[in-house]
Design a protein around this ligand. Sequence first.
Ligand SMILES: [Zn+2]
Length: 346
Amino acid sequence: MARYDEGSRSIEGWGQTRLVIRGALVLATVCYSLVAPIATRCAVIAALPQFLPVAQVPKQRDSQPKEDDTARALLDRVGKPDQAVVETFKKAGMQDVKPHTLTSEERKAVEAALAALPALNKRVLERHLHNLAFVDGIPGEGTGLTSPSKKTGLSDITLRASVIDESLTTFLTNKERRVYKQDASGMTITVAGTGTNALTYVLLHESTHVVDISCGITTTPGGPFVQSIWTDYSTLAPSLAVITPTTYFRGADHLPMAKATSLYDALAQTPFVSLYATASRQEDLAELVAWHEIYTQGGGDLTIELQDPGGKTIRQWHPLTFPKVRERFTEVDQLLSSQPGCASQS
Ligand SMILES: [Zn+2]
């Protein structure tokens, strides 16, 4: 019996009904996305080597030629979305979702993004990815979902096709703005991501969900990615609950832009690399691994900027320099260097 996985059960990009859908779709796992108002919701760094431990300096890991072969092999998993996945989108209100056939240029972009994944993620995808599909007709900032295939027990990743041509900054900014509603302040938020494109970021995030689902990273009691942070799927440890911002990603209403400064000042005191990472332990891991890789492998950066009505930047936050985030990069290094048995199971 398939079941919706805790973290990977929301369609990344659709919001408010996440908890409702969690309850209603107890039998399958859907994950990832940004935020959108109606259905489920499930989807940035400056190189600061002088502030980061040597272990975090960009480096090559497991770069044997075989890795390119793996990316090519994974490209063979690209196909039409499973009908059950399409139905999940439709039930979430996206009636116009249709399979997207990749052009040759798009296939090259997907192969490059797959090749950029860490070796662990690629090994796990080799063993546990059933299908990688792209669809048209997902509205707004929705991204896609990662879900287990009822037929195979493996994972399906289904993505909004237009993400292939999207810049990382556009993708992240559109997602972040879901947190807010305009107010008299006239201020705006921009989330600038460098070092890679939206597709690679999304595949880093989604493939980490597959690693998590397959290896039980965040469901291991006392594991390094949950200890003192999460007491269950979406419940924060008491010491963090009192300081972590409660936003749309945690079921709150849209907040006035005037709240932005206090939100990010609070986030800077937490181990979370983004507001989206506060949604659940699975989103936390996916965000942490994705940004770790964008920084260490791509030399990228993430900057949240608050602009006044005239477009002038009045505050900036750099989540990759948040002290408690940097501490966790060591744990990500250890995870990605490990050889968990789940990656070798058939
Ligand atoms: Zn996710």
